[in-house]
Design a protein around this ligand. Structure first.
Ligand SMILES: C[S@@+](CC[C@H](N)C(=O)[O-])C[C@H]1O[C@@H](n2cnc3c(N)ncnc32)[C@H](O)[C@@H]1O
Length: 315
């Protein structure tokens, strides 16, 4: 059996992202989720000959893959290995005050999902790890085997919206009392058996929501997202753009609400830059409804199915 399936990550909504960023020659952009470098490559091309890109990822493997893929652009590209929640400090360290556009393409890459040793997928046998940043201390193994029942239930409920959270965690607890749960397959089987067969979802594997929930918790994904949005809007130049692609409703809700908050919607009679409520109008939301992939893209890249792109412009 192959240790690892070498899967290339196909970037989603590429044309829409370039339009959303209003990508121009000479612009300075941040791809805060570098991954396999797919979006970065297109941004570098469309901002040529003198545009610049700062690419960030907290996964060393992504840095390596993207670095090699983008080596022809070294003179216009800076790659940073860090958590995007530190974007403000990253830019300060690089001596950059403001940029023309920021892209976040959330979630895991196909490279991460397809590597059995990373333990993200219930389809591949591997250790339950799920850390995108391999230097971080907490693995999925720790949450599954050590976390008190009540806290684990909360994670499944909050981050997976899993209605069978209680049953699943009870079954996990029964198993872990006998032996540690170490592999993705073991965990997936426990979940599938815990869920009454007649309630098994038709379109997704019964383990999908639990795996998503544990991954979100291991990587602090929603907190990182809230932090980066609130901390990054001031880093965008006037008329610059913020593009965020999300893949599930929890992420999309945060993006939508954070954009609205910074749009400074108010109930004051006049929507002037400074209303009597003193709300600041930092951005204009350009996508009243999120942009979703075409049927053609969904067919070619089924992983794009749930993608939603929201775009805001800095005022
Ligand atoms: C969906 S992939 C991006 C794929 C990329 N747009 C491409 O075209 O290849 C998401 C990437 O974001 C990274 N990531 C997720 N959360 C992060 C965070 N808080 N800080 C830095 N990188 C993060 C993941 O490690 C992963 O490589």
């Amino acid at each position: 059996m192959r240790e690892r399936d070498n899967i290339e990550h196909l970037p989603v909504l590429v044309k829409e992202v370039l339009e959303g960023l209003n990508c121009q020659p000479g612009g300075l952009y941040v791809d805060a989720t570098l991954g396999g470098g797919g979006h970065s490559l297109e941004i570098l091309k469309c901002s040529s000959p003198n545009g610049k890109l700062i690419g960030i990822d907290w996964d060393e493997e992504a840095i390596r893959v993207a670095g090699s893929r983008l080596k022809g652009f070294q003179h216009r590209l800076t790659i940073v290995h860090d958590n995007f929640k530190n974007l403000h400090n990253i830019l300060m360290d690089l001596g950059v005050d403001a940029v023309d556009g920021i892209l976040l393409d959330l979630g895991v890459s196909s490279m991460q999902l397809g590597d059995r040793n990373r333990g993200f997928s219930f389809k591949l046998e591997g250790p339950i790890d799920m850390r995108m940043d391999r230097s971080s201390m907490v693995k999925a193994f720790d949450l599954v085997n050590i976390l008190p029942v009540r806290e684990l239930e909360q994670i499944l409920w909050k981050y997976g919206e899993e209605r069978f959270a209680k049953r699943i965690v009870r079954s996990i607890d029964d198993h872990r009392k006998k032996f540690p749960i170490t592999t993705t397959r073991q965990l997936a089987d426990i979940i599938r058996t815990a869920m009454p067969h007649k309630h098994h979802p038709k379109k997704i594997d019964p383990a999908t929501k639990t795996f998503q929930a544990i991954r979100i918790a291991v990587n602090d994904e929603l907190i990182n997202l809230e932090t980066v949005i609130s901390g990054s809007i001031d880093l965008i130049k006037k008329d610059g753009r913020f593009c965020i692609i999300s893949f599930h409703s929890l992420e999309d809700r945060i993006v939508k609400q954070s954009f609205r908050l910074n749009e400074g919607r108010c109930t004051c009679p006049s929507d002037m830059p400074q209303c009597s409520c003193l709300k600041e109008h930092k951005i204009k939301i350009l996508t009243k409804k999120p942009i979703t992939p075409s049927e053609n893209e969904k067919r070619k890249n089924p992983k794009s199915r749930t993608a939603k792109l929201r775009v805001a412009e800095r005022l």
